[in-house]
Design a protein around this ligand. Structure first.
Ligand SMILES: C[S@@+](CC[C@H](N)C(=O)[O-])C[C@H]1O[C@@H](n2cnc3c(N)ncnc32)[C@H](O)[C@@H]1O
Length: 223
C-alpha cells in the first residue's frame, strides 16, 4: 500500500494553505505529514547538495526541520541556518533540533526569501525543497540567493515538476508550478554556472485514493 500524503481532514484549500505557510495546531500536523510524504525528496536534496566539510549552509523553508540531522551527518563540521516565514515551523524545528542548537551547529530565523538577513557572499551552500511553488517573485528571489552565496557557492532547488503537480488536485490552490526548463533558465539568466538537473524516482504516494509514481527534480547551479 502506498503511503498516504495526507491523513488530515483538511479541505484541499486548507491543506494547500497550510503547505504554503503552516500555522497553529493544523500547521504542526501538516508539518508531520510532510515528513512522511516529502521524506525522499528532502533526503535526496541533501544528498545532491553534497556539502563539503566546514560548509555553512542556508536552507529556505525547512518546515519542521526533521531531516536536518541527516544533512549534518553528510560531512564534518557543517553549520546550518534555517530560514522560514512560519513561526509555527520555527518553533517545531527548534524543539526537534535542540541539541544541535545548544552545540551552536544549528540556528533558525523567521524571515522570507524576499529579503535575506545575510551579507553578500556569506554562504557556501543554499538549499530549498518544495518552496519554489510559493516564491512571490522568482527572478528577484533567486537574485537574492545569488547575492548571499559565496563565489563558487552552490544552490540546490528540489521540487516536483509541473507535469507531476498537475495530477495532484490540491495544487490548484496556492501553488505556482514550474518545469525543469523554466527553473534551469531562471538560474542561467541570474548568472549561475554549471546548471544541471538530477531526477530521482521515489516510491508511490497515495493522494486521496489516487496512487502516483513520484519523482524529485534537483536543479543545481554554482555562483
Ligand atoms: C511545503 S513546505 C516544505 C517543507 C520542507 N522543505 C519539505 O519539503 O517538506 C514549504 C515551507 O516553506 C516555507 N515558505 C514558503 N514560502 C516562504 C517564503 N517566502 N520565505 C520563507 N519560507 C517560506 C513554509 O513556511 C513552509 O515551511
Amino acid at each position: 500500500m502506498a503511503e498516504k500524503f495526507n491523513s488530515t481532514d483538511l479541505t484541499e484549500k486548507e491543506l494547500a494553505s497550510q503547505l504554503k505557510k503552516p500555522s497553529g495546531e493544523q500547521g504542526k500536523e501538516v508539518g508531520k505529514q510532510m515528513n512522511k510524504g516529502n521524506k525522499y525528496i528532502c533526503l535526496n536534496s541533501y544528498k545532491c547538495l553534497a556539502p563539503s566539510p566546514n560548509s555553512n549552509i542556508l536552507e529556505i523553508g525547512m518546515g519542521n526541520g526533521y531531516f536536518i540531522k541527516d544533512l549534518l551527518a553528510l560531512n564534518t563540521n557543517l553549520r546550518y541556518v534555517g530560514l522560514d516565514f512560519s513561526q509555527t515551523m520555527i518553533d517545531e524545528a527548534t524543539k526537534l533540533n535542540q541539541a544541535f542548537i545548544e552545540s551552536g551547529q544549528v540556528s533558525f530565523i523567521n524571515g522570507s526569501i524576499e529579503k535575506l538577513p545575510f551579507e553578500d557572499n556569506s554562504m557556501d551552500c543554499i538549499t530549498t525543497t518544495n518552496t519554489i511553488y510559493f516564491w512571490p517573485n522568482l527572478e528577484a528571489n533567486v537574485k537574492e540567493l545569488f547575492r548571499v552565496l559565496k563565489p563558487k557557492g552552490k544552490l540546490l532547488i528540489g521540487y516536483r515538476s509541473q507535469e507531476l503537480m498537475d495530477k495532484i488536485s490540491f495544487t490548484k490552490h496556492n501553488f505556482e508550478k514550474h518545469t525543469q526548463q523554466e527553473i534551469e533558465l531562471l538560474l542561467k539568466t541570474t548568472g549561475f554556472q554549471k546548471v544541471s538537473t538530477e531526477i530521482i524516482a521515489e516510491p508511490e504516494l497515495d493522494f486521496d485514493g489516487v496512487p502516483l509514481v513520484m519523482e524529485g527534480l534537483f536543479t543545481t547551479g554554482e555562483k
